[in-house]
Design a protein around this ligand. Structure first.
Ligand code: ZN
Length: 142
């Protein structure tokens, strides 16, 4: 089954701990990403209103929507202090719009990779899950 690492909202699923756990076979509630056919049951993304809205309107990303600037749902999502990495989605969508999704995915793959050993790490990680070297968490991007 295919992984899809681009979220409708502009999140990079490849830095999600659930996704990372799935990719190495240790996640018991696996997810293959926002636009994939396998969502982790009971987690936010399985019932995400942003995703439902974008799908319903036929968009690949929220930035395609003329109502985005006034979208209460997206604003709430971005401002949610429980998930501060959400604040990066506008910047992400700006790059997707400008350079295309494949370039963005490539850049994000590198961004969330340990410079020392190449292992992928999550939004939250300050040390590499494989080699223990220092990595930059979401705060570096805000
Ligand atoms: Zn490492």
């Amino acid at each position: 089954m295919d992984f899809r690492l681009d979220g409708y909202c502009g999140l990079f699923c490849g830095a999600c701990p659930v996704m990372l756990g799935t990719s190495v076979g240790v996640e018991d509630n696996p997810c293959h990403g926002c636009k994939s056919d396998l969502m982790a049951a009971g987690r936010h993304c399985a019932t995400c209103g942003i995703k439902a809205c974008a799908r319903g309107r036929g968009y690949e990303f929220c930035y395609e929507c003329p109502d985005m600037v006034n979208c209460e749902q997206l604003q709430k999502f971005i401002a949610d202090s429980k998930w501060p990495y959400h604040r990066g989605v506008l910047k992400n969508m700006e790059m997707i719009r400008r350079e295309g999704v494949s370039k963005w995915l490539e850049a994000q793959g590198k961004r969330w990779q340990c410079a020392n050993c190449g292992a992928a790490h999550s939004w939250w990680d300050e040390t590499c899950p494989r080699c223990g070297g220092a990595v930059l968490n979401y705060q570096a991007d805000l």
